[in-house]
Design a protein around this ligand. Structure first.
Ligand code: CMC
Length: 430
């Protein structure tokens, strides 16, 4: 039998018994679904700080201990031993693939990388310097107009086909956004390359000469994609779930996730970190910017610092930091002034009482931008890179939600604080 928890109104003594819902790991939750029906009460939790919106068996995070696991596997093991498509299989199907399953999965994904030829003409409609995330939202949403043969969300096979299409085509769309920005011809995918190698090829090859993706660049991208692949009920994943809860098609849902990811408090942070480091410019300016970040009257925040869930360290940041040094040593410039500045800023912030007290540590995006910069990926593409990886998490969550027969439309309530009823005043009397 489930544990009970009682809430008592201290004034009236009126009491309500609530069930405790427990998972396999992590804190339990109060089941408040009957609260409104039985007591006319709502739960108030702006920012969903204490709200579990669903049960999920995909990703586990312990923010205090800095733990992140996909389907039970520690992120450190996946980062060291796996690759992005294997992790994608794990997130989507719940298990690491056997050798045959992996070959099949890779083949399916790599043989669905092309986008419909008519979709390409969409790009011509965007201004040449449109932000690639703006193009991503539009073109991804448009996929439902091109692939409507797999849109029956109640059909498991349709859901699977849509998931494969999303994972396979999102890098092609992303690279096309970049090519549109720089005015170079669109480069078709190559199915003989792996997922990350193919993406680099679509980004940097031209019809004029042969392009061979760099091995360290592929390794770094695999790591970044693995680390960004899922993060349980973050803003964009919750957006995908909420959009999907109404029965909206998966392509439209993923487009809504991309829109949510774009914000600087979420996936837009990696682009914002680079802009911030460039603005700081020199280590001598660090004290000024630390003071700005601490000033409540200044909207400036140290981008790449802090996390809603991680309160000690972000395990993804530790892994990325190491890769950052490797990439700069092997591909770019190990004396890169931006990296030196980033290292110094991190050190100063970590010793500062304000950051210590609030448990603000570098997050995944503090170093990812520097790696992408070293791979010649422009800053306005950083969040696009994040969205390629997170697409796997989004489709896994969308699929998990739709497969649940008890799934209902998501419909939060509110505490109304506006005007009480009042009568309409004719315009000449206002
Ligand atoms: N710089 C300065 N102060 C900060 C920062 C920061 N980066 N982050 C939080 N604080 C302060 C904040 O002002 C508040 O102080 P006080 O208690 O005095 O009012 C306290 O720390 C708690 O902050 P919060 O805004 O209540 O925390 P939150 O959980 O709502 O926000 C966050 C989390 C990630 C949005 C926030 O830390 C932030 O804006 N960080 C910078 C943006 C960033 O790097 N985002 C990427 C997150 S990781 C990638 C992803 O998963 O999307």
């Amino acid at each position: 039998m489930a544990d009970k928890y009682s809430l008592t109104n201290s004034a009236t003594g009126d009491c309500v018994n609530l069930d405790l819902v427990s998972g396999t790991d992590g804190p339990s939750a109060l089941d408040i679904t009957a609260l409104y029906k039985e007591k006319g009460l709502l739960a108030f939790d702006p920012g969903f700080v204490s709200t579990a919106s669903c049960t999920s068996s995909i990703t586990y995070i312990d923010g205090e201990k800095g733990i992140l696991r996909y389907r039970g596997y520690p992120i450190e093991q996946l980062a060291a031993k796996s690759n992005f498509l294997e992790v994608a299989h794990l997130l989507l199907y719940g298990e690491l693939p056997t050798a045959t399953e992996l070959v099949d999965f890779e083949s399916i994904i790599m043989h669905h990388t092309m986008i419909r030829e008519t979709m390409r003409t969409f790009f011509d409609g965007f201004h040449y310097n449109a932000h690639p995330m703006a193009i991503m939202i539009g073109v991804t949403g448009s996929m439902s107009a091109f692939y409507h043969d797999s849109l029956d969300i109640h059909n498991p096979r349709h859901r699977e086909i849509s998931a494969h299409r999303m994972i396979a085509k999102i890098p092609t769309i992303a690279a096309a956004c970049y090519k549109h920005n720089v005015g170079e011809p669109f480069i078709y995918p190559r199915n003989d390359l792996d997922y990350c190698g193919n993406f680099l090829h679509m980004m940097f090859a031209t019809p004029c000469e042969e392009y061979v993706p760099n091995k360290t660049a592929i390794e770094a991208m695999n790591l970044l994609f693995i680390l960004h692949a899922d993060h349980e009920q973050n803003a964009s994943t919750s957006t995908v779930r909420l959009a999907g809860s109404s029965g909206a098609n998966p392509f439209a849902c993923i487009a809504s996730g991309i829109a949510s990811l774009w914000g600087p408090a979420h996936g837009g942070a990696n682009e914002a970190v680079l802009k911030m480091l460039e603005e700081i410019g020199d280590v001598s300016n660090i004290p000024k910017y630390i003071a700005k970040a601490k000033d409540k009257n200044d909207p400036f925040r140290l981008m790449g610092f802090g996390h809603r869930v991680y309160r000690n360290f972000d395990p993804r940041a530790t892994l990325i930091r190491e890769m950052c040094h490797k990439v700069l040593a092997e591909i770019s410039d190990k004396d890169n002034p931006l990296l030196q500045l980033a290292g110094e800023l991190e050190e100063v912030a970590l010793k500062d009482e304000y950051f210590i007290e609030r448990k603000l540590y570098p997050n995944v995006d503090y170093y990812s931008g520097i790696i992408y910069r070293a791979l010649n990926i422009p800053a306005n593409m950083f969040t696009v890179m994040f969205s390629i990886a997170r697409t796997v998490g989004w489709v896994a969550h969308w699929s998990e939600m739709i497969s649940d027969p008890s799934q209902r439309i998501g419909r939060p309530r509110q505490i109304y604080v506006g005007a009480k009823q009042r009568d309409y005043v004719p315009i000449d009397k206002r």
